[in-house]
Design a protein around this ligand. Structure first.
Ligand SMILES: [Ca+2]
Ligand SMILES: [Ca+2]
Ligand SMILES: [Ca+2]
Length: 322
């Protein structure tokens, strides 16, 4: 008898550790199937992309990003999000445990069994045809295996679909914060409202800290801004050397604009593909005349993006070889 009890306790301990007892799974959740497949589980953090805004200037214009919804998460954030607490206990609250002073959204700290709570951004309008739309935020999470936080998107009032699911672990810098960037669907042929939802749920078996969200945005990274260096005394051709920008979204190609004088009217005179692997791109002006000075500026272009900001302006000349 003692031997049987020992085995039974060992089995129960294994079920507790792995959270795989069928009786402990969530039932009746309105969201996606938490026991089924998830498109992306525990994505790796994405260092390198950060937002210029903070709690003092969270409506600022950025040279690097187009923001469609942004929130540094502060004392004003209750007016920017919708919160539901569908089964009582803890709920999404503005916490003093933050990445950027003074607040961050937090679900739990610690959460209870049988939670079901949502945090949904107000709509952000994404312009027609926009590609490369992303959601970015700083996250701080520690969640038991049977529980999870689903990040979802709704477009034009449609159903929420899952983008990523966080469960059974914690972010690498925990109890610090890590930055996450997740791709969202392209915008359709008309302007569309995007909303992002964090849906947290827990089963009846074991709890943990929960999920925190700070410095959040639905956004697009702007195109890189090149610099140019046209030839001054080239032999046989006027060559515009385009040096790639190293910050921002890589372009499909560059548009080259030309004018006869530095502050004159610039007209598009060519386009050259972004070569990708090269450090720079040389473009020979096919209509430039020898011994004549021309002025140039160049911008990045890509389908689904606004044209990038113009490069520096510079002049070029060439002479004819003997
Ligand atoms: Ca709750
Ligand atoms: Ca904050
Ligand atoms: Ca649990």
């Amino acid at each position: 008898m003692l031997r049987f009890i020992t085995i039974a306790l060992a089995v129960a301990a294994v079920l507790t550790i792995f959270g795989c007892g069928s009786a402990t799974q969530n039932t009746g959740l309105a969201g996606p199937d938490y026991t089924g497949d998830h498109a992306l589980i525990n994505p790796a953090p994405t260092p390198g992309e950060d937002f210029g805004f903070d709690d003092n200037n969270d409506k600022t214009v950025s040279g690097l990003y187009n923001y469609y919804f942004e929130d540094a998460v502060n004392q004003h954030s209750t007016g920017r999000w919708d919160v539901t607490n569908d089964s009582g206990k803890k709920s999404w609250t503005l916490s003093n445990v933050f990445y950027t002073d003074p607040k961050a959204w937090q679900m739990g700290g610690n959460y209870w069994n049988f939670e079901h709570d949502t945090l949904t951004s107000h709509p952000g309008l994404v312009p027609a045809g926009r590609r490369g739309v992303k959601v970015g935020f700083h996250g701080r999470w520690s969640i038991d295996p049977g529980d999870g936080c689903s990040v979802q998107v709704s477009i034009a009032g449609g159903p929420f679909t899952e983008v990523a699911f966080f469960t059974g672990g914690q972010n690498p810098s925990f109890p610090g914060w890590d930055r996450y960037t997740l791709a969202l669907p392209d915008c359709g042929p008309q302007d569309q409202q995007y909303r992002v939802r964090f849906e947290f749920s827990s089963d009846g078996n074991g709890t943990n800290v929960g999920f925190g969200v700070d410095r959040f945005a639905i956004y697009q990274t702007k195109l890189t801004v090149p610099t140019i260096d046209p030839s001054k005394e080239n032999e046989g051709a006027l060559t515009v050397t385009i040096n790639h920008g190293f910050v921002g979204e890589r372009p499909d190609s560059y548009d080259i604009y030309r004018s006869d004088i530095s502050d004159g009217q610039y007209v598009k005179v060519g386009n050259t593909e972004y070569p990708g692997t090269m450090f720079f791109q040389n473009w020979d002006d096919p209509t430039a005349q020898a011994f004549t000075e021309y002025w140039y500026k160049v911008c990045s272009v890509k389908q689904g993006w606004d044209d990038g900001e113009f490069s520096n302006i510079d002049f070029g000349t060439y002479w004819i070889a003997d």
